[in-house]
Design a protein around this ligand. Structure first.
Ligand code: NAD
Ligand code: GLY
Length: 381
Protein backbone atom coordinates (compact mmCIF):
# COMPACT_ATOMS: atom_id res chain seq x y z
CA UNK A 1 0.00 0.00 0.00
CA UNK A 2 1.17 3.54 -0.74
CA UNK A 3 2.26 5.46 2.34
CA UNK A 4 0.10 8.41 3.36
CA UNK A 5 1.49 11.68 2.04
CA UNK A 6 3.69 13.63 4.42
CA UNK A 7 2.81 17.30 4.76
CA UNK A 8 2.43 18.38 1.14
CA UNK A 9 3.01 22.02 0.29
CA UNK A 10 -0.33 23.64 -0.49
CA UNK A 11 -0.67 26.73 -2.69
CA UNK A 12 -3.46 28.25 -4.69
CA UNK A 13 -4.16 30.11 -7.89
CA UNK A 14 -6.53 32.96 -7.01
CA UNK A 15 -8.99 33.54 -9.82
CA UNK A 16 -12.24 34.25 -8.03
CA UNK A 17 -14.80 31.53 -8.66
CA UNK A 18 -12.21 29.64 -10.74
CA UNK A 19 -9.54 29.57 -8.02
CA UNK A 20 -7.92 26.20 -7.45
CA UNK A 21 -5.48 24.45 -5.17
CA UNK A 22 -2.00 23.18 -6.00
CA UNK A 23 -0.61 20.40 -3.80
CA UNK A 24 3.02 19.32 -4.05
CA UNK A 25 4.43 16.40 -2.10
CA UNK A 26 5.36 12.76 -1.85
CA UNK A 27 2.66 10.10 -2.05
CA UNK A 28 -0.16 12.31 -3.31
CA UNK A 29 -1.25 9.74 -5.91
CA UNK A 30 -2.44 7.68 -2.98
CA UNK A 31 -4.30 10.58 -1.36
CA UNK A 32 -7.79 9.38 -2.20
CA UNK A 33 -9.78 12.13 -0.45
CA UNK A 34 -7.76 14.86 -2.14
CA UNK A 35 -8.16 13.29 -5.57
CA UNK A 36 -11.84 12.56 -5.08
CA UNK A 37 -12.49 16.10 -3.90
CA UNK A 38 -11.09 17.41 -7.18
CA UNK A 39 -13.49 15.40 -9.33
CA UNK A 40 -17.01 16.44 -10.20
CA UNK A 41 -19.68 14.67 -12.23
CA UNK A 42 -20.55 11.07 -12.92
CA UNK A 43 -17.69 10.28 -15.27
CA UNK A 44 -13.94 10.47 -14.78
CA UNK A 45 -11.74 10.04 -17.84
CA UNK A 46 -8.06 9.55 -17.10
CA UNK A 47 -5.93 10.59 -20.08
CA UNK A 48 -2.37 9.33 -19.98
CA UNK A 49 0.20 7.75 -22.25
CA UNK A 50 1.81 4.36 -22.72
CA UNK A 51 4.92 5.32 -20.71
CA UNK A 52 3.31 6.91 -17.65
CA UNK A 53 0.27 4.65 -17.38
CA UNK A 54 2.14 1.41 -16.58
CA UNK A 55 3.94 3.28 -13.80
CA UNK A 56 1.18 5.29 -12.14
CA UNK A 57 -2.29 4.73 -13.57
CA UNK A 58 -3.25 1.95 -11.22
CA UNK A 59 -2.32 4.01 -8.18
CA UNK A 60 -4.50 6.86 -9.41
CA UNK A 61 -7.39 4.57 -10.31
CA UNK A 62 -7.26 2.92 -6.91
CA UNK A 63 -7.51 6.29 -5.24
CA UNK A 64 -10.40 7.29 -7.50
CA UNK A 65 -12.33 4.10 -7.07
CA UNK A 66 -12.39 4.58 -3.34
CA UNK A 67 -14.83 7.32 -4.03
CA UNK A 68 -18.29 6.32 -2.85
CA UNK A 69 -16.79 3.71 -0.54
CA UNK A 70 -15.37 4.53 2.82
CA UNK A 71 -13.34 7.57 1.81
CA UNK A 72 -16.10 9.99 0.99
CA UNK A 73 -19.43 9.70 2.72
CA UNK A 74 -22.65 11.58 2.86
CA UNK A 75 -23.37 14.31 0.36
CA UNK A 76 -20.41 13.52 -1.93
CA UNK A 77 -21.42 9.91 -2.17
CA UNK A 78 -25.09 10.70 -2.67
CA UNK A 79 -24.39 13.30 -5.33
CA UNK A 80 -22.43 10.90 -7.48
CA UNK A 81 -24.37 7.72 -7.98
CA UNK A 82 -22.63 5.28 -10.29
CA UNK A 83 -19.51 7.26 -11.18
CA UNK A 84 -17.53 5.55 -13.91
CA UNK A 85 -13.76 5.73 -14.31
CA UNK A 86 -12.43 5.24 -17.83
CA UNK A 87 -8.89 5.44 -19.19
CA UNK A 88 -7.53 6.61 -22.51
CA UNK A 89 -3.89 5.92 -23.29
CA UNK A 90 -2.24 7.84 -26.09
CA UNK A 91 1.11 7.19 -27.70
CA UNK A 92 3.98 9.03 -26.02
CA UNK A 93 5.53 12.24 -27.25
CA UNK A 94 5.13 15.79 -28.50
CA UNK A 95 4.38 14.42 -31.97
CA UNK A 96 1.03 13.25 -30.55
CA UNK A 97 -0.02 16.60 -29.09
CA UNK A 98 -2.36 16.95 -32.05
CA UNK A 99 -5.94 17.54 -33.06
CA UNK A 100 -6.09 13.83 -33.94
CA UNK A 101 -5.26 12.91 -30.33
CA UNK A 102 -7.82 15.42 -29.06
CA UNK A 103 -10.36 13.70 -31.31
CA UNK A 104 -9.54 10.44 -29.55
CA UNK A 105 -10.38 12.09 -26.23
CA UNK A 106 -13.70 13.31 -27.68
CA UNK A 107 -14.45 9.79 -28.96
CA UNK A 108 -13.76 8.38 -25.49
CA UNK A 109 -16.06 10.94 -23.87
CA UNK A 110 -18.78 10.16 -26.40
CA UNK A 111 -18.39 6.43 -25.81
CA UNK A 112 -18.83 7.09 -22.08
CA UNK A 113 -21.97 9.06 -22.87
CA UNK A 114 -20.47 11.94 -20.97
CA UNK A 115 -22.04 15.33 -21.10
CA UNK A 116 -20.93 18.14 -18.80
CA UNK A 117 -21.03 15.75 -15.87
CA UNK A 118 -17.49 14.56 -16.55
CA UNK A 119 -13.99 15.36 -15.34
CA UNK A 120 -10.84 14.71 -17.34
CA UNK A 121 -7.78 13.81 -15.32
CA UNK A 122 -4.46 14.44 -17.06
CA UNK A 123 -1.85 12.00 -15.77
CA UNK A 124 1.54 12.72 -17.33
CA UNK A 125 3.86 15.46 -18.46
CA UNK A 126 3.11 18.69 -20.25
CA UNK A 127 2.11 16.98 -23.46
CA UNK A 128 -0.71 15.05 -21.80
CA UNK A 129 -1.66 18.03 -19.63
CA UNK A 130 -1.89 20.47 -22.56
CA UNK A 131 -3.78 18.00 -24.73
CA UNK A 132 -6.21 16.73 -22.09
CA UNK A 133 -6.83 20.28 -20.91
CA UNK A 134 -7.57 21.35 -24.48
CA UNK A 135 -10.04 18.50 -24.89
CA UNK A 136 -11.68 19.48 -21.58
CA UNK A 137 -11.97 23.08 -22.79
CA UNK A 138 -13.72 21.95 -25.98
CA UNK A 139 -16.02 19.14 -24.84
CA UNK A 140 -19.50 20.64 -24.66
CA UNK A 141 -17.79 24.06 -24.40
CA UNK A 142 -15.90 23.16 -21.28
CA UNK A 143 -15.80 20.51 -18.59
CA UNK A 144 -13.72 20.11 -15.47
CA UNK A 145 -10.19 18.81 -15.55
CA UNK A 146 -7.52 17.99 -13.03
CA UNK A 147 -3.79 18.15 -13.62
CA UNK A 148 -1.73 15.30 -12.17
CA UNK A 149 1.73 16.25 -13.48
CA UNK A 150 4.46 13.61 -13.48
CA UNK A 151 7.42 15.51 -14.99
CA UNK A 152 9.40 18.30 -13.39
CA UNK A 153 8.50 20.56 -16.28
CA UNK A 154 4.79 19.92 -15.84
CA UNK A 155 5.00 20.40 -12.06
CA UNK A 156 6.77 23.75 -12.28
CA UNK A 157 5.03 25.17 -15.30
CA UNK A 158 2.55 23.53 -17.63
CA UNK A 159 0.08 22.16 -15.07
CA UNK A 160 -0.47 25.62 -13.58
CA UNK A 161 -2.18 28.50 -15.31
CA UNK A 162 -4.71 26.98 -17.67
CA UNK A 163 -2.91 27.24 -21.00
CA UNK A 164 -4.06 24.27 -23.05
CA UNK A 165 -3.20 23.54 -26.67
CA UNK A 166 -2.28 21.19 -29.46
CA UNK A 167 0.40 21.67 -32.12
CA UNK A 168 0.04 21.99 -35.86
CA UNK A 169 2.73 21.18 -38.42
CA UNK A 170 2.90 24.96 -38.92
CA UNK A 171 3.69 25.74 -35.31
CA UNK A 172 3.51 24.82 -31.64
CA UNK A 173 0.43 25.39 -29.53
CA UNK A 174 -1.34 27.18 -32.36
CA UNK A 175 -4.75 25.78 -31.45
CA UNK A 176 -5.73 26.09 -27.82
CA UNK A 177 -7.73 27.71 -25.08
CA UNK A 178 -7.32 29.20 -21.65
CA UNK A 179 -9.06 26.69 -19.41
CA UNK A 180 -8.08 26.42 -15.76
CA UNK A 181 -7.92 23.05 -14.01
CA UNK A 182 -9.96 22.39 -10.86
CA UNK A 183 -6.84 21.25 -9.04
CA UNK A 184 -3.17 20.46 -9.54
CA UNK A 185 -1.92 17.42 -7.65
CA UNK A 186 1.84 16.91 -8.02
CA UNK A 187 3.15 13.70 -6.48
CA UNK A 188 6.90 14.26 -6.28
CA UNK A 189 7.49 10.51 -5.89
CA UNK A 190 6.78 10.18 -9.61
CA UNK A 191 9.97 12.11 -10.38
CA UNK A 192 12.00 9.08 -9.30
CA UNK A 193 11.29 7.34 -12.62
CA UNK A 194 11.74 10.39 -14.82
CA UNK A 195 14.65 9.89 -17.25
CA UNK A 196 17.62 12.13 -16.41
CA UNK A 197 17.36 14.01 -19.69
CA UNK A 198 13.70 14.84 -18.98
CA UNK A 199 14.60 16.00 -15.48
CA UNK A 200 17.25 18.31 -16.90
CA UNK A 201 14.77 19.66 -19.45
CA UNK A 202 12.46 20.56 -16.57
CA UNK A 203 15.24 22.59 -14.99
CA UNK A 204 15.26 24.88 -18.03
CA UNK A 205 11.81 26.14 -17.01
CA UNK A 206 12.97 26.34 -13.38
CA UNK A 207 15.94 28.50 -14.40
CA UNK A 208 13.55 30.59 -16.48
CA UNK A 209 11.74 31.75 -13.31
CA UNK A 210 15.00 33.06 -11.88
CA UNK A 211 16.08 34.60 -15.16
CA UNK A 212 12.87 36.49 -15.79
CA UNK A 213 12.13 37.83 -12.35
CA UNK A 214 13.98 36.49 -9.34
CA UNK A 215 17.74 37.00 -9.13
CA UNK A 216 17.87 35.52 -5.62
CA UNK A 217 16.23 32.30 -6.79
CA UNK A 218 18.67 32.19 -9.73
CA UNK A 219 21.58 32.44 -7.29
CA UNK A 220 20.01 29.68 -5.18
CA UNK A 221 19.98 27.42 -8.23
CA UNK A 222 23.67 28.16 -8.78
CA UNK A 223 24.33 27.09 -5.18
CA UNK A 224 22.02 24.05 -5.07
CA UNK A 225 22.48 22.52 -8.51
CA UNK A 226 24.06 19.32 -7.18
CA UNK A 227 21.26 18.58 -4.69
CA UNK A 228 18.61 19.32 -7.29
CA UNK A 229 20.21 17.13 -9.94
CA UNK A 230 20.49 14.37 -7.33
CA UNK A 231 16.69 14.70 -6.87
CA UNK A 232 16.99 15.42 -3.17
CA UNK A 233 13.39 15.50 -2.03
CA UNK A 234 13.37 18.59 0.14
CA UNK A 235 15.34 20.74 -2.29
CA UNK A 236 13.24 19.57 -5.23
CA UNK A 237 9.88 20.06 -3.51
CA UNK A 238 10.84 23.53 -2.29
CA UNK A 239 12.00 24.46 -5.80
CA UNK A 240 8.78 23.23 -7.41
CA UNK A 241 6.75 25.13 -4.86
CA UNK A 242 8.76 28.30 -5.46
CA UNK A 243 8.11 28.11 -9.21
CA UNK A 244 4.40 27.38 -8.73
CA UNK A 245 4.08 30.31 -6.31
CA UNK A 246 5.74 32.65 -8.80
CA UNK A 247 3.59 31.41 -11.65
CA UNK A 248 0.37 31.45 -9.60
CA UNK A 249 0.99 35.10 -8.75
CA UNK A 250 1.56 36.06 -12.38
CA UNK A 251 -1.48 34.08 -13.59
CA UNK A 252 -3.70 35.63 -10.91
CA UNK A 253 -2.66 39.11 -12.09
CA UNK A 254 -2.80 38.38 -15.84
CA UNK A 255 -4.69 35.19 -16.64
CA UNK A 256 -4.96 35.65 -20.39
CA UNK A 257 -1.55 37.17 -21.08
CA UNK A 258 -2.46 40.77 -21.71
CA UNK A 259 0.84 41.87 -20.17
CA UNK A 260 3.00 40.41 -17.42
CA UNK A 261 2.26 36.75 -18.19
CA UNK A 262 4.13 37.05 -21.49
CA UNK A 263 7.35 37.19 -19.44
CA UNK A 264 6.88 33.47 -18.74
CA UNK A 265 7.70 32.97 -22.41
CA UNK A 266 11.33 34.03 -22.03
CA UNK A 267 13.22 31.96 -24.60
CA UNK A 268 10.04 30.39 -25.94
CA UNK A 269 9.65 32.20 -29.26
CA UNK A 270 13.12 31.04 -30.28
CA UNK A 271 12.56 27.66 -28.63
CA UNK A 272 9.21 26.95 -30.28
CA UNK A 273 10.68 27.82 -33.69
CA UNK A 274 13.53 25.37 -33.09
CA UNK A 275 11.11 22.63 -31.99
CA UNK A 276 8.89 23.19 -35.03
CA UNK A 277 11.83 23.32 -37.44
CA UNK A 278 13.03 20.00 -36.03
CA UNK A 279 9.60 18.41 -36.47
CA UNK A 280 8.91 18.08 -32.71
CA UNK A 281 11.36 15.24 -32.47
CA UNK A 282 14.82 16.78 -31.95
CA UNK A 283 15.32 18.83 -28.83
CA UNK A 284 12.94 18.36 -25.92
CA UNK A 285 10.78 21.38 -25.14
CA UNK A 286 12.85 22.34 -22.10
CA UNK A 287 16.06 21.96 -24.08
CA UNK A 288 14.73 24.22 -26.84
CA UNK A 289 13.74 26.77 -24.18
CA UNK A 290 17.28 26.63 -22.77
CA UNK A 291 18.73 27.47 -26.18
CA UNK A 292 16.02 30.09 -26.67
CA UNK A 293 16.88 31.83 -23.39
CA UNK A 294 20.53 32.04 -24.41
CA UNK A 295 19.51 33.56 -27.75
CA UNK A 296 17.24 36.06 -25.99
CA UNK A 297 20.06 36.97 -23.59
CA UNK A 298 22.57 37.34 -26.41
CA UNK A 299 20.17 39.44 -28.44
CA UNK A 300 19.57 41.62 -25.37
CA UNK A 301 23.32 42.10 -25.01
CA UNK A 302 23.74 42.87 -28.71
CA UNK A 303 20.98 45.48 -28.47
CA UNK A 304 22.70 47.08 -25.50
CA UNK A 305 19.93 46.12 -23.06
CA UNK A 306 22.05 43.82 -20.87
CA UNK A 307 25.64 43.06 -19.98
CA UNK A 308 27.29 40.15 -21.78
CA UNK A 309 28.40 38.89 -18.36
CA UNK A 310 24.78 38.01 -17.59
CA UNK A 311 24.59 35.86 -20.72
CA UNK A 312 27.73 34.04 -19.56
CA UNK A 313 26.16 33.46 -16.16
CA UNK A 314 23.01 32.05 -17.77
CA UNK A 315 24.99 29.80 -20.09
CA UNK A 316 27.04 28.53 -17.15
CA UNK A 317 23.95 27.67 -15.12
CA UNK A 318 22.22 25.93 -18.03
CA UNK A 319 25.36 23.93 -18.74
CA UNK A 320 25.60 23.01 -15.06
CA UNK A 321 22.15 21.47 -15.43
CA UNK A 322 23.31 19.63 -18.56
CA UNK A 323 21.26 21.71 -20.95
CA UNK A 324 22.14 22.71 -24.53
CA UNK A 325 22.99 26.35 -25.16
CA UNK A 326 23.57 26.45 -28.92
CA UNK A 327 21.23 26.08 -31.88
CA UNK A 328 21.46 22.58 -33.39
CA UNK A 329 23.43 22.46 -36.61
CA UNK A 330 21.61 22.73 -39.89
CA UNK A 331 18.76 25.01 -38.88
CA UNK A 332 18.44 27.91 -41.28
CA UNK A 333 18.12 31.31 -39.50
CA UNK A 334 15.61 32.59 -42.05
CA UNK A 335 13.42 29.53 -41.60
CA UNK A 336 13.55 30.04 -37.82
CA UNK A 337 12.60 33.71 -38.23
CA UNK A 338 9.68 32.68 -40.45
CA UNK A 339 8.47 30.34 -37.73
CA UNK A 340 8.97 32.99 -35.05
CA UNK A 341 6.73 35.34 -37.02
CA UNK A 342 3.81 32.94 -36.43
CA UNK A 343 4.19 33.29 -32.66
CA UNK A 344 1.11 34.25 -30.65
CA UNK A 345 2.83 37.17 -28.95
CA UNK A 346 3.38 39.06 -32.20
CA UNK A 347 1.20 42.02 -33.09
CA UNK A 348 0.51 43.21 -36.65
CA UNK A 349 3.28 41.13 -38.17
CA UNK A 350 6.14 42.58 -36.14
CA UNK A 351 8.30 40.45 -33.85
CA UNK A 352 7.53 40.83 -30.14
CA UNK A 353 10.04 39.11 -27.89
CA UNK A 354 10.84 38.71 -24.24
CA UNK A 355 14.29 40.20 -23.70
CA UNK A 356 16.11 40.82 -20.47
CA UNK A 357 18.15 43.48 -18.69
CA UNK A 358 20.20 40.82 -16.92
CA UNK A 359 19.45 38.09 -14.40
CA UNK A 360 16.02 38.64 -12.84
CA UNK A 361 14.80 41.46 -15.09
CA UNK A 362 12.82 40.70 -18.25
CA UNK A 363 10.62 42.85 -20.48
CA UNK A 364 8.20 42.41 -23.35
CA UNK A 365 9.82 44.20 -26.30
CA UNK A 366 7.74 45.03 -29.39
CA UNK A 367 9.09 45.56 -32.91
CA UNK A 368 12.39 43.80 -32.40
CA UNK A 369 14.77 44.46 -35.29
CA UNK A 370 14.75 41.44 -37.62
CA UNK A 371 18.34 42.01 -38.69
CA UNK A 372 19.47 41.78 -35.08
CA UNK A 373 17.51 38.55 -34.61
CA UNK A 374 18.99 37.10 -37.79
CA UNK A 375 22.47 38.07 -36.62
CA UNK A 376 22.06 36.31 -33.27
CA UNK A 377 20.71 33.18 -34.98
CA UNK A 378 23.52 33.17 -37.52
CA UNK A 379 26.08 33.60 -34.76
CA UNK A 380 24.60 30.72 -32.79
CA UNK A 381 24.20 28.04 -35.45
P1 NAD B 1 6.30 15.16 -21.93
O1 NAD B 1 4.91 15.35 -21.50
O2 NAD B 1 6.54 14.68 -23.31
O3 NAD B 1 7.02 14.20 -20.89
C1 NAD B 1 8.37 13.90 -21.09
C2 NAD B 1 8.63 12.40 -21.19
O4 NAD B 1 8.64 11.83 -19.89
C3 NAD B 1 7.59 11.62 -21.96
O5 NAD B 1 8.23 10.56 -22.64
C4 NAD B 1 6.70 11.07 -20.86
O6 NAD B 1 5.97 9.93 -21.23
C5 NAD B 1 7.71 10.74 -19.80
N1 NAD B 1 7.24 10.75 -18.44
C6 NAD B 1 6.36 11.59 -17.86
N2 NAD B 1 6.32 11.40 -16.55
C7 NAD B 1 7.18 10.39 -16.27
C8 NAD B 1 7.58 9.75 -15.07
N3 NAD B 1 7.15 10.16 -13.90
N4 NAD B 1 8.46 8.73 -15.15
C9 NAD B 1 8.95 8.34 -16.37
N5 NAD B 1 8.64 8.93 -17.52
C10 NAD B 1 7.76 9.96 -17.47
O7 NAD B 1 7.11 16.53 -21.80
P2 NAD B 1 7.14 17.67 -20.70
O8 NAD B 1 8.52 18.18 -20.73
O9 NAD B 1 6.53 17.25 -19.44
O10 NAD B 1 6.16 18.77 -21.32
C11 NAD B 1 6.45 19.44 -22.51
C12 NAD B 1 5.18 20.01 -23.06
O11 NAD B 1 4.64 20.97 -22.15
C13 NAD B 1 5.34 20.72 -24.38
O12 NAD B 1 4.33 20.34 -25.26
C14 NAD B 1 5.18 22.19 -24.02
O13 NAD B 1 4.70 22.94 -25.08
C15 NAD B 1 4.22 22.10 -22.89
N6 NAD B 1 4.24 23.26 -21.98
C16 NAD B 1 3.07 23.85 -21.68
C17 NAD B 1 3.03 24.90 -20.79
C18 NAD B 1 1.71 25.49 -20.40
O14 NAD B 1 1.69 26.53 -19.73
N7 NAD B 1 0.61 24.87 -20.76
C19 NAD B 1 4.21 25.36 -20.21
C20 NAD B 1 5.41 24.72 -20.53
C21 NAD B 1 5.42 23.67 -21.42
N1 GLY C 1 4.37 28.71 -19.93
C1 GLY C 1 3.92 30.03 -20.16
C2 GLY C 1 2.63 30.38 -19.51
O1 GLY C 1 2.01 29.57 -18.87
O2 GLY C 1 2.19 31.47 -19.64
Amino acid sequence: MTAAPVAPIELGVELGARSYPIAIGAGLLGDAPRIAAAICGRHALIVSNDVVAPLYLERLENALLHRGDDVLQGEHRASLPGMTVTRLLLPDGEAFKTLASAAQVFDALAAMKANRDATIIALGGGVIGDLAGFAAACWMRGIAFVQVPTTLLAMVDSSVGGKTAVDLAQGKNLVGAFHQPRAVIADTDTLATLPARELRAGFAEVIKYGALGDAEFFAGLERNADALLAREGEALTATIAHCCRQKAGIVARDETEQGERALLNLGHTFGHAIETAMGYGGLLHGEAVAVGMVLAARLSANLGRAAAADTHRLVALLERFGLPTTVPAGLDPDRLIGLMQLDKKNLSGSLRLILWRGVGKADVVPDVDLAAVRAVLAQAT
